[in-house]
Ligand binder design. Structure first.
Ligand SMILES: Nc1ncnc2c1ncn2[C@@H]1O[C@H](COP(=O)(O)OP(=O)(O)OP(=O)(O)O)[C@@H](O)[C@H]1O
Ligand SMILES: [Mg+2]
Length: 335
């Protein structure tokens, strides 16, 4: 089935349509909206997102707190809070995930697309030995005996430096450091050899040393040819790992750029603001704050109240415009 997956501005041909024949797209998100109707307003956590993840790439999704990164990530796994309304499509290898039965989804989730959650401490059961939990995705696959799973867990622990493997596999999660917990989750994510791993804030709350060990673990994952989607606030981590950077703001994608070009010359004024707020660039905060996701955004650029260059035209929301090479930006400056 063909999905017209992007809304690139009419002045440029659609990147994804152009390249469809020559490249392999593993996940396509098309006009995805995940809204939470509340009594006073509707929270548009994800609002008309188009995104194509290429096979074997590492994609970093960045953006301020509340921009919709986690809701987007969990949506790709077909996980939705009960109170939300969902529209659009998410395809994985051509299958529309939103049309699969719960049983079909279970065969994708964890096995083909693995999720590494935002908070490793609460992701693991404190009363169960860590090794058993790390091997759990394998226990759902036919033909894996307990002994074989245990051996695989030890191999993974050695690879991701959860050491010494045998001792660590018998231990409970509360005896682990933050970095080691995160590396065990990476081991768990890769245990069933998935094609895609989505990791939510893998470096949150860990020190520099542990951050480096987590980056090494992710490089190992990438070397295995696994497609990686990393949701992060940590721009250094994104710079170190990613091939492309996706910038989210108030439920929408504002920029998709090649990593090198992004850090050298970001396209969107919001992206430029994010980079200026890095310590090496003077820690300059973006003035103002992201406002609530309610109807106020339906008729204009979501960033305009904070944008130094906002003009009359910004009262209309720009589409994603191809600005250079394959990079796209939701800003009229590039029209
Ligand atoms: N179950 C829910 N009910 C109502 N609103 C929700 C629910 N889940 C998320 N939201 C809202 O959706 C918006 C996006 O949330 P999300 O968790 O995706 O943000 P995020 O970009 O991951 O933020 P952070 O960087 O802090 O993790 C937020 O305003 C959040 O409050
Ligand atoms: Mg989040």
């Amino acid at each position: 089935m063909y999905y017209n997956i992007c809304n690139y501005h009419k002045t440029g041909p659609c990147r994804y349509r152009d390249r469809k024949g020559t490249m392999s797209i593993i996940i396509e998100v098309n006009q995805l909206s995940v809204h939470f109707p509340l009594s006073t307003a509707t929270v548009k956590a994800v609002d008309g997102v188009d995104l194509a993840v290429e096979e074997r790439e590492t994609l970093a999704i960045i953006g301020e707190s509340g921009s919709g990164k986690s809701v987007l990530g969990t949506a790709i796994l077909g996980l939705f809070p009960p109170t939300c309304t969902v529209s659009g499509t998410i395809t994985y290898e051509g299958k529309d995930l939103l049309c699969l039965s719960e049983e079909q989804l279970r065969s994708v989730r964890g096995l083909q697309i693995a999720w590494i959650p935002q908070n490793p401490a609460s992701a693991l059961n404190p009363s169960m030995r860590t090794g058993l939990q790390v091997g759990e995705p394998l226990s759902r696959q036919a033909g894996w005996t307990r002994e074989r799973i245990h051996e695989r867990v030890l191999e993974l622990f050695a690879k991701f430096r959860v050491l010494p493997p045998e001792e660590r596999s018998q231990a409970y999660p509360d005896s682990y450091s933050g970095g080691m917990l995160q590396r065990s989750l990476v081991a768990m994510g890769t245990s069933a050899s998935p094609k895609v791993i989505i990791a939510d804030e893998p470096t949150k709350g860990v020190d520099t040393l542990n951050k480096e060990s987590i980056a090494t673990a992710f490089r190992e994952v990438r070397n295995q040819g696994i497609t990686l989607v990393v949701i992060t606030h940590d721009l250094d981590f994104a710079r170190e790992l990613a091939d492309r950077v996706v910038v989210m703001y108030n439920g929408a994608v504002l920029e998709i750029s090649d990593k090198e070009r992004f850090f050298e010359r970001p396209l969107h004024p919001y992206s430029a603001g994010l980079l200026r707020s890095l310590p090496e660039n003077g820690l300059v905060p973006i003035p103002g704050r992201a406002t609530a996701r309610d109807g106020a955004f339906t008729s204009g650029c979501r960033f305009r109240s904070r944008c130094p260059g906002a003009g009359e035209r910004c009262a209309e929301e720009p589409p994603l415009i191809r600005a250079r090479h394959d990079d796209a930006v939701r800003c009229w400056n590039y029209d």
